[in-house]
Design a protein around this ligand. Structure first.
Ligand code: SF4
Ligand code: SF4
Ligand code: SF4
Length: 257
């Protein structure tokens, strides 16, 4: 019997689900191996019986929290995919602006206006694993398609997918990519960011913004000092860290300038 798979979207732009739909060459093979029972972006049929749940988006409202706990009660395997789900992503930037519930409400009203619906109440934005245990994580904004396909295959055959516990700079060196810090003084997060995207941004001359999350073993003080020595202000460095990594900074107690 094929495993029943459901895709869920929480607080996100749904770009990571699109990344999967864009795997046109592999999609038919995937669909041959699984029974998709829920995928709002791709189909209207839906079922609450599933074995594997792919979760996109951060947990950012009381309604999100209630819903993810119900999914955890049903799914044998949960895969959090995309930066929003894996690290809180861009959504967690608001966590660094204050911690009171009133503050989140104030921010929500600034963005959406006075929407009085209960499930729109905002809370701290958290990755999925901060609320329920998860089996697998695929970071990135959006997810790297190769990594996503590899994890899907690993789940289906019951093996562990590759772990990326080394910094992005390693991929840059393997690709013989010119370092954008050394060459152009750009503010690159590569030395403290989890590899796995094949250094896609530096390969085209752009600094890494850290969308795959911070490496717990990163030397954050040395990295920040290096960025400062290349002409970036303390405030610019602080904001770069908070862009994709506000929640990991808090989780790992990373000192910020
Ligand atoms: S990780 Fe990025 S692309 Fe994926 S849902 Fe979040 S904001 Fe969108
Ligand atoms: S461009 Fe960034 S990721 Fe690549 S080597 Fe330089 S600092 Fe590291
Ligand atoms: S280079 Fe950095 S910002 Fe670009 S995709 Fe990779 S981890 Fe994300």
């Amino acid at each position: 019997m094929k495993p029943k798979v459901a895709f869920f979207s929480f607080t996100s732009c749904e770009g990571c689900q699109l990344a999967l739909l864009e795997c046109e060459n592999e999609l038919l093979d995937i669909l041959g191996a699984i029974d998709v029972v829920k995928f709002r972006e791709a189909m209207s049929e839906t079922s609450d019986e599933y074995d594997i749940a792919f979760i996109e988006g951060s947990i950012s409202t009381p309604h999100d929290e209630e819903k993810i706990k119900k999914i955890r009660d049903t799914a044998k395997v949960i895969v959090e995919f995309g930066a929003c789900a894996a690290t809180g992503g861009l959504n967690a930037m608001r966590n660094s602006m204050g911690t009171e519930e009133d503050h989140y409400e104030e921010l929500r009203e600034k963005v959406y206006g006075p929407v009085g619906v209960e499930h729109f109440r905002s809370t701290k934005a958290r990755p999925v694993h901060a609320v329920v245990p998860v089996e697998l994580t695929i970071p990135g904004c959006p997810v790297d398609r190769g990594h996503l396909l590899e994890v899907i295959e690993a789940v289906l055959v019951g093996r562990s997918p590759r772990q990326f516990d080394h910094p992005l700079c390693v991929e840059c060196k393997l690709n013989d990519t010119v370092c954008v810090v050394e060459a152009y003084g750009q503010m690159c997060m590569g030395p403290v960011t989890r590899a796995g995207c094949d250094s896609i941004c530096p390969n085209v001359g752009d600094a890494c913004e850290g969308c795959r999350g911070l490496l717990p073993s990163g030397n954050f003080a040395a990295h920040q000092q290096m960025l400062e020595e290349h002409g970036n202000s303390k405030e610019e460095i602080r904001l770069r860290y908070l862009m994709f990594n506000a929640y990991p900074c808090e989780e790992l107690e990373v000192p910020l300038p």
